[in-house]
Write a protein that binds this ligand. Structure first.
Ligand SMILES: Cc1ncc(COP(=O)(O)O)c(C=O)c1O
Length: 340
């Protein structure tokens, strides 16, 4: 771990390093390249996922500051909110959320798990995820914070969609650490990877991975498959997050939009709306490797990888690492789309 990251307040929530495993049957069905999957879905918190690395630092800080409750806002099937709720419970904090309505508000998937965790939540009649950092959502989180203060809690607000929020910067620092972990694993397992592919939502994960990889001079290229925003918007979020995190960690590392690769053609009809290709990708990975992806992030990211393979983006001799960033509980909320 980088010395500067070692000094940050942190709570241990996950089981690291997460495994880096080869996916030979998937690779053979697709006619190459060699594919490895970094199993951050096995990170050990809740039912796994990329947020665990973020929360070790973001919640570590909130706890150190004496907060007794956490508040955040995202879609009703948000993996971030589920992992935050689980982590909060683990360290004795009360979780509370503002959920954007989206399409899956029945007590299934992540919402079912919130019921088990007894998270407090309110669902707002807003379904566009790009509004998660907007005024209505911010006001709703502030009102929730007042209510919680009245109940005797000391709440900390962790917004989403705001790359420069302290919790977002600490979250990206967790993914700087992931780059360090991945580079060591590649070395130990004698793997020379040319590409790393992952889902890009708010961009904090990719930003941290890009920063850690560039700072540590990794030789692979990173492709972030957007599942939410246009390439232009996704790049600007990653740039903002990258530079804020680099400054915070004092790494003196910069990046330009041209160095980022974030295709947006796999989003489909929008955030949280599965694509045919994404569902096919979920089925293919389950049926070849026995690994379950998710309908909102990793299914679409894998559909992107498969399309790039078919379009000849990689040589058959290349090695690609796909990062499984989790999200599998949402499969149960999307049972209708998956069985149609
Ligand atoms: C399963 C999963 N994968 C990927 C992402 C994308 O992470 P980021 O928002 O940091 O781009 C998320 C974010 O919610 C997620 O839940």
């Amino acid at each position: 771990m980088l010395a500067i990251i070692e000094k940050l307040p942190r709570i241990n929530l996950g089981l690291y390093p997460t495994p880096l495993v080869e996916a030979p049957h998937l690779s053979s069905v697709l006619g190459g390249p060699r594919i490895f999957i970094k199993r951050d879905d096995l990170s050990g918190l809740a039912l796994g996922g990329n947020k665990c690395r973020k929360l070790e630092f973001a919640l570590g800080k909130a706890k150190e500051e004496g907060n007794t409750a956490v508040i955040s806002a995202a879609s009703s099937q948000s993996n971030w909110c589920l992992q935050l709720a689980t982590a909060a419970r683990k360290v004795g904090m009360k979780p509370a959320f503002i959920f954007l309505k989206g399409t899956h508000t029945e007590s299934q998937g992540n919402l079912l798990l919130h019921n088990i965790l007894d998270s407090t939540f309110k669902i707002l009649e807003i379904s566009d995820m790009r509004e998660r950092a907007g005024t209505a959502v911010t006001e709703a989180m502030n009102t929730l914070a007042e209510d919680m203060r009245a109940e005797g809690y000391s709440p900390c607000i962790m917004p989403t969609g705001t790359p420069t929020a302290p919790s977002a910067i600490l979250g990206s620092a967790g993914w700087v650490n992931a780059a360090d972990e991945l580079i060591s694993q590649l070395e130990q397992q004698h793997i020379e990877a040319q590409y790393v592919v992952l889902a890009n939502g708010g961009g904090g994960t990719q930003a941290g991975l890009e920063l850690g990889s560039k700072y540590l001079k990794a030789s692979y290229k990173i492709i972030g498959i957007s599942i939410l925003s246009s390439t232009t918007d996704a790049k600007s979020s990653v740039l903002e997050s990258f530079h804020a995190t680099s400054k915070f960690l004092n790494l003196g590392t910069a990046i330009t939009a041209n160095e980022l690769d974030i295709p947006d053609i796999y989003v489909g009809d929008g955030y949280g709306i599965p694509t045919r290709e994404g569902i096919d990708a979920i089925k293919l990975v389950a049926q070849t490797e026995g690994i379950f992806l998710d309908p909102v992030y990793t299914g679409k990211a894998m559909a992107g990888l498969i399309d790039l393979i078919r379009k000849g983006r990689f040589k058959p001799t290349d090695t690609v690492v796909f990062i499984h960033t989790g999200g599998t509980p949402a499969l149960f909320a999307y049972h209708k789309e998956l069985t149609r």
